[in-house]
Design a binder for this molecule. Structure first.
Ligand code: SAM
Length: 248
């Protein structure tokens, strides 16, 4: 059978495209891209002429059937998303899990990923961490997710849309325990890259300083050290014990 390659692409700096990524994109029979127009610019920049078709959240099931047939016929296909590593808060899960279940070879190239980039430079603990994707939009669910993160006793990482970042930090100020630390990584690998750290109030003050501070792409990281058990309310203790039981 053929091979499905998972190919990460830059998250803001074209210099981060790897030689191997370029080679594979040139070599394959077809590129499945989240948005063919968006990726067209990248492919053009690197003079890659391989044909591409779309694979996004709304057509992934159909496309998977088509691509699997091609792979079973021996074709090589590369999967890319608009930025960073496919499947990490991006399309591709249905395709990859189907390929695995059918014993089709899947090879992932290492490469750009906003959460790993942000974590490695955050100064927060990296020995254990939890990635929780995008926060829910609704206030109650958002507050619950943040509380859950505060009980995990490890660095928790979220992606966040620029228009929601201020609101999210306000909710952090309301629901996180006093010992919380926040790091906001902004515009990674781009001209205005920046890390803002402190508690929710510090980060909020920075966001309010200038309109430009709220624009761009953000990774939100939260770390709350374990609180002495006697300071915790009963419900929190229960939840903490349940969570600890789930840890590997
Ligand atoms: N697949 C991508 C990856 O590997 O990181 C993530 C795709 S997800 C749809 C987009 C989110 O990733 C953005 O809303 C932002 O939270 C984060 N992100 C992507 N590029 C970023 C950058 N250059 N700086 C900061 N955050 C970024």
């Amino acid at each position: 059978t053929g091979i499905l390659y998972i190919v990460p692409t830059p998250i803001g700096n074209l210099g981060d495209m790897s030689n191997r990524a370029i080679d594979i994109l040139n070599e394959v029979d077809l590129i499945a891209a989240e948005d063919t127009r968006h990726s067209g610019h990248l492919l053009q920049h690197f003079l890659i002429k391989t044909r591409s078709i779309s694979l996004h959240d709304h057509n992934e099931d159909q496309r998977t059937q088509l691509l699997v047939k091609k792979l079973q016929a021996g074709e090589k296909i590369a999967l890319i998303s608009d930025a960073g590593t496919p499947l990490i808060s991006d399309p591709g899960y249905t395709l990859v899990s189907t390929c695995r279940s059918l014993d089709i070879n899947v090879i992932a190239l290492p490469g750009p990923c906003a959460l790993i980039t942000a974590l490695s430079a955050s100064g927060l603990p990296t020995d254990r961490f939890m990635y929780l994707g995008f926060l829910p939009v609704k206030q109650k669910a958002k507050a619950q997710s943040l509380k859950f993160a505060s009980l995990a006793h490890m660095t928790c990482i979220f992606y966040e849309a620029p228009r929601r970042v201020k609101d999210t930090i306000e909710v952090c100020a309301q629901v996180l325990p006093d010992n919380h630390q926040i790091v906001l990584a902004k515009e990674l690998s781009k001209r205005f890259e920046r890390y803002i750290s402190g508690n929710a109030k510090d980060v909020l003050a920075w966001l309010n300083q200038e309109d430009a501070h709220q624009k761009g792409e953000f990774v939100l990281m939260i770390y709350c050290k374990a609180i002495a058990q006697e300071e915790l309310p009963v419900q929190a203790k229960d939840l903490m014990h349940q969570l600890i039981a789930l840890l590997p």
